[in-house]
Design a protein around this ligand. Structure first.
Ligand SMILES: *Cc1c(COP(=O)(O)O)cnc(C)c1O
Length: 379
């Protein structure tokens, strides 16, 4: 790993993250290595043998993510996956056995209820708790793993990672944090005491809406060996092209996160100041129920804002009237997106609930588009 730059600034760290030692006449970021198998005469020796186990393009990306999730901590390992769900499933199914108990959010990512169902089918007891207010504390006794998602998607509630990690560790439980919404530039769960930081790289980490990716970072060598084994067993591996695109995208992560957080705050303020009461939520908004805890553990508050229009029809007219914001799911991309979350079913949200992902447009343009669409859709 190239630890010689001595960089402490996050922008500097992001542009150099995971780069190998420079080699004359070679590219700075080596291209994707397309290989199902590697030349392997004689004894089976690593690092690269078969493409489901390891790939040099993943190695560089894993270093890059590791340098952002846990700067300067060489004992932290990172593994990349085909998607966020592959990463999440690999932690849960490699760490839990029949008879174990896991504490999970009841308000997190929309696929979690499916995960609960599958865990229960394997004889694992699933207890749930809401994200806000550290309600997990009341159900930790006897748990083997605490899973938290903070800020939660789409409700944008926040829980205190340090406090929950201390309480879980005191009871012998491991702690995993879904860090998708914050990105490693927004919060670093491992430094706050978590055992695993897990995320979908599909969202802001890669930020262009063109790659599915997931990762797991963790310090415990034994636990990470089990996660690695699970990746090998289920084959939930990213393609080399996706891994390379992701690494290329991370170079601009700090720029994107800065602009997108500023845009999210500006949109949240515009919604807060709108004459109708829109129930806006943004952890970076002073006065938001999440703001106090978020300020203690986050350095940036993310690109997602949520709010509620009075009816489904109004929300649909609003989304239709936007010109700079695509009506699409997912979040974190450089182009703003928004959607009426209730169209999926599954999230416990009102019909007019909108999840808005601020992109990297000019702030004035984006806020003007939101204001105009609010005005035009009111009619
Ligand atoms: C999108 C998302 C996931 C799932 O990620 P995929 O890359 O779509 O598999 C998990 N957790 C959160 C918080 C997400 O937003």
């Amino acid at each position: 790993m190239r630890e010689t730059t001595g960089a402490t600034g996050e922008g500097t760290r992001a542009v150099r993250a995971g780069l190998p030692e420079p080699v004359k006449n070679e590219p700075t970021l080596p291209g994707p290595v397309f290989a199902a198998h590697f030349h392997l005469p004689g004894d089976v020796e690593g690092p690269y043998t078969y493409g489901r186990d390891e790939n040099p393009t993943w190695t560089l990306l894993e270093r890059a993510v590791g340098e952002l999730e846990a700067p300067g901590q060489d004992d932290v390992q990172t593994l990349v996956f085909a998607s966020g769900m592959a990463a999440i499933s690999s932690v849960l199914f490699s760490q839990l056995r029949a008879g174990d108990t896991v504490v999970m959010p009841d308000d997190g990512y929309q696929a979690l209820p499916l995960v609960h169902e599958q865990l229960r089918a394997y004889g694992i007891q699933v207890r749930t708790a809401p994200t806000g207010g550290d309600a997990q504390l009341a159900v930790l006794e006897g748990a083997r793993l605490l899973w938290i998602e903070t800020p939660s998607n789409p409700g944008l509630d926040v829980c205190d990672i340090r406090r929950l990690a201390d309480a879980a560790h005191a009871r012998g439980a491991l702690v995993a944090v879904d860090n998708t919404l914050a990105t490693p530039l927004g919060q670093r769960p491992l430094e706050l005491g978590a055992d695993f930081s897990v995320a979908s790289g599909t969202k802001q980490l890669t930020g262009h809406g063109d790659v599915l990716l997931g990762y797991v970072s963790g310090r415990d060598a034994e636990a990470m060996a089990a996660v690695r084994r699970w990746r090998k067993l289920v084959g939930a591996i990213p393609g080399p092209m996706e891994a390379w695109l992701a690494h290329r995208s991370i170079a601009t992560l700090q720029l994107r996160v800065e602009r997108q957080s500023a845009n999210a705050l500006a949109v949240a303020e515009a919604l807060r100041d709108w004459p109708e009461e829109l129930g806006v939520r943004y952890p970076g908004l002073p006065g938001d129920p999440s703001h106090k805890t978020a300020s203690q553990q986050m350095r940036r508050f993310g690109c997602v804002v949520s709010f509620t229009l009075p009816t489904r029809a109004r929300a649909e007219r609003f989304l239709d009237a936007l010109r700079l914001v695509d009506d699409a799911t997912s979040f974190g991309g450089v182009r703003s997106t928004a959607e009426r979350r209730g169209r999926w079913g599954g999230d416990a949200v009102p019909d007019g609930f909108v999840r808005f992902s601020a992109g990297a447009e000019d702030t004035e343009d984006l806020v003007a588009d939101v204001r105009r669409a609010l005005r035009e859709s009111a009619g």
